[in-house]
Ligand binder design. Structure first.
Ligand code: SAH
Length: 480
């Protein structure tokens, strides 16, 4: 048998798709990873890099297109890379995500028996994002533009109208670019750290129509700011125009400091019957229609009857916390970004919710420290407070006990020390909201070893056209 070598051209049928959306075929008993090929395609591909048991190949030609292959509606779908699945029929995208969750639970979590509910798909898988971050730079001709970096270069491919985002983005961007031209404001150049404007962050409250514009700048001032604000105010719904100061030599988009140029430093949006104030620095789910389904699933999994103490870890602006607070006795939220906690507190007040309390800090530090303090209080209160389950006094600090713990961590998942604290606190139910099936499976496995079992697994598609998938899991404590 001839081994595959670089530059060889082979034919194969794509039988599966990998975690990053790449097609997977076989040749000579080896797995071939082929970007831009979709499941069901028969393709010709050129070997770029051959390893012992697998090889990376470049798609040369689609010999016979898959019945699931569709024409990507976005003209820059391939160079952009933000959408990995535009050429795959949406129903197949959902099937792919379903498999992704099932495989992770089985292979990483060792959870062979767990049944995964059918993924909740989107009704309209385009134009769903309420947030966009456009880098500002120059195109090949040196003209000011907003778009995205072309792979491994510093020139920007113009694209002010991402099809996942709102149609209004483009008009706002073009007003900002026109202003920059008139005032000769240079874009930031990451090679030498010169120039001013790095990114434009746009967010729209889909329920309220309010617009947020946040200019991320390498400085503290914006030439002709007043004139720009006047221009932007003409856009219906304009509510918040801010400067975000980011003078660091970094590819992190936002800096920590926010200066208000016009209006408020937040916008308001609502999900279900709860309204939220959102700062440019706060995390807010990007797909409100699906977020509602996600939160409703989390709420039903929490199984609240009105008497429960709930901890909502990684709470952001308190979105899930406030959803839960209406049905619980008390909710505690923990979040690392101070501005998000400021929003969360205001959001509770704005919605007339008085049984939610919020703490700034790392979940893996705040929770263990309350747990330790609570135990201390429990000891002191033992004589006075005979009622079981009410042991920890509630004097402004969190309680060391929980009936339900909700976690919604970033992609890297929960710190192991946090999982240990959860196991120690032994809530009846843990609701895990995850944006990464691999770290989810890892953490579920750990909690299972600590006395929990997986009851429900519900994937939700929050990110149509991309490989990302959100999952809500209910775990309950195994009775001993
Ligand atoms: N539950 C919220 C936010 C989820 S996103 C919602 O649905 O809107 C994850 C959040 O975790 C972000 O707000 C991020 O700032 C926060 N975060 C990241 N690391 C953290 C940590 N170690 N402890 C607490 N919060 C953290």
């Amino acid at each position: 048998m001839e081994n595959l070598k670089k530059n060889m051209v082979v034919q194969t049928v794509i039988e599966d798709m990998g975690n990053d959306g790449e097609g997977i075929g076989r040749a000579d008993g080896m797995a071939l990873f082929i970007k831009d090929a979709v499941i069901g395609d028969r393709v010709e591909a050129k070997i770029m890099k051959a390893k012992k048991h697998y090889a990376y190949a470049r798609l040369e030609r689609v010999l016979q297109p898959s019945p699931y292959r569709v024409e990507p509606p976005c003209p820059v779908a391939r160079p952009c890379g933000g959408c990995q699945l535009q050429m795959l029929d949406y129903r197949q995208q959902l099937a792919y995500k379903q498999r992704k969750v099932e495989n992770a639970l089985r292979r990483i979590g060792g959870l062979e028996q767990v049944k995964v509910h059918p993924i909740l798909g989107m009704e309209h898988p385009y134009r769903y994002r309420n947030k966009a971050q456009f880098p500002i730079g120059r195109d090949r001709e040196g003209k000011l533009t907003a778009g995205f970096y072309a792979g491994r270069t510093h020139s920007i491919i113009p694209c002010g109208d991402c099809l996942l985002g709102d149609e209004g983005n483009q008009e706002i961007l073009s007003r900002i670019l026109r202003h920059m031209e008139e005032y000769e404001i240079p874009p930031y150049d990451e090679r030498d750290g010169s120039g001013l404007v790095r990114h434009v962050l746009l967010r729209k409250g889909f329920a309220t129509g309010q617009w947020m514009v946040c200019l991320v700048v390498n400085g503290r001032e914006f030439p002709g700011a007043e004139a720009l604000c006047e221009r932007l105010q003409e856009i219906p719904g304009m509510t918040s125009i801010t400067l975000n100061v980011n003078e660091g030599h970094t590819n992190v988009i936002l800096g920590e400091e926010l200066l208000t140029l016009w209006g408020q430093d937040f916008i308001t949006d609502s999900i279900g019957d709860i309204s939220y104030q959102i700062s440019p620095l706060s995390f807010y789910q990007v797909n409100p229609a699906q977020t509602r389904k996600l939160y409703e699933t989390a709420l039903s999994y929490a199984g609240l009857t009105g008497g429960e103490t709930v901890w909502d870890l990684y709470c952001g602006i308190g979105t899930i916390s406030l959803f839960l607070a209406k049905k619980a006795r008390k909710v505690y939220g923990v979040e690392i970004v101070p501005q998000a906690i400021e929003n969360a507190k205001k959001n509770a007040a704005m919605n007339g919710i008085s049984n939610a309390e919020f703490f700034v800090g790392k979940a893996e530090e705040v929770l263990p420290s309350y747990c330790a303090q609570g135990k201390h209080r429990e000891g002191m209160d033992a004589g006075r407070n005979a009622g079981a389950g009410q042991a920890a006094a509630d004097g402004g600090a969190g309680e060391a006990r929980a009936d339900v713990i909700v976690v919604d961590p970033p992609r890297k998942g929960c710190a192991q020390s946090l999982l240990d604290t959860i196991i120690e606190m032994a809530p009846e139910r843990v609701v895990y909201v995850s944006c990464d099936p691999a770290t989810l499976a890892r953490d579920l496995k750990y909690l299972c070893a600590g006395g929990y079992e997986v009851r429900e697994v519900q994937p939700v598609d929050m990110f149509g056209q991309t490989v990302h998938v959100e999952t809500v899991v209910l775990m309950s404590r195994v009775k001993d």
